[in-house]
Design a protein around this ligand. Structure first.
Ligand SMILES: [Zn+2]
Length: 246
């Protein structure tokens, strides 16, 4: 029995989706086969020497510890930077002494449907009233704020002039059942007083995802895939984060 051409196509697409989802991609298949069914937007900030780091945090150092050119068997890079470098998550112990480290962050909060919320017109830190005025879909459990901060990535160095969440907005997110809150610069809370909003989020069990690059991302519905490095006990961890949509 022959399979109609249209059916073959849908079978092929289903198989490709299956392959992508379970990660059994065939080496002989060009990657384009996967991007044709799913758009993947990298929202990670590249980790490189001289990049923006939060004021007072360790600078980024990336250097060759061994090098083929110098006669070594292989090239090996030594990395030195703070746990809150680039795109990263905060662990409860970041602001709460004795609290758990990044290894306790629930992976199911870091992977799943996410709303990129248009907060580009806000001009001040986000309080509960400003949060209520934003178009956050009801039931959204992962909320990424695209704010005027995005433009700061174009600055030559770290800027303290970013907007963040105020404590009452953090509590409002908890009240909405949000499990992950992300923002497009290096802190989810204003530099003048970062502790209260961080604490409110962390005590509510909300995963804080900072340092997102949302410059190329239109507000809307996506799937977030974010995997922080597994560094037991650490107060934060760099992460690769992508948004996908069918
Ligand atoms: Zn952080």
């Amino acid at each position: 029995m022959s399979i109609p051409e249209a059916r073959k196509t849908s079978l092929y697409q289903a198989w490709e989706k299956y392959e992508f989802n379970v990660g059994t991609r065939n080496a002989h298949r060009p990657a384009i086969g996967y991007t044709s069914i799913m758009q993947i937007i990298d929202i990670s900030a590249p980790v490189r020497a001289g990049m923006h780091v939060y004021e007072g945090d360790p600078p980024v150092s990336i250097e060759r510890a061994a090098s083929i050119a110098a006669g070594d068997l292989a090239n090996v890079t030594r990395l030195a930077f703070g746990a809150h470098t680039g795109t990263h998550v905060d662990a409860p112990v970041h602001f709460i002494e004795g609290a758990p480290g990044v290894e306790t962050l629930p992976l199911d909060a870091l992977i799943g449907p996410a709303a990129v919320v248009d907060a580009t017109r806000i001009t001040a830190d986000i309080d509960a009233a400003a949060l209520a005025a934003l178009d956050i879909p009801s039931g959204a459990t992962r909320v990424l704020f695209k704010t005027p901060n995005s433009a700061l990535w174009d600055e030559p160095a770290f800027s303290p002039h970013f907007v963040g969440l105020l404590p009452d907005a953090a509590r409002a997110l908890a009240g909405r059942g949000v499990r992950l809150a992300g923002i497009d610069y290096l802190s989810v809370a204003p530099q003048a007083d970062p502790a209260p909003a961080h604490e409110a989020l962390l005590r509510a069990g909300i995963v804080i995802l900072e340092g997102l690059d949302l410059r190329r991302v239109e507000p809307g519905a996506y799937t977030l895939i974010c995997l922080p490095l597994l560094i037991p006990g650490a107060d934060g961890a760099p992460a690769r984060a992508v948004l996908t949509r069918p």
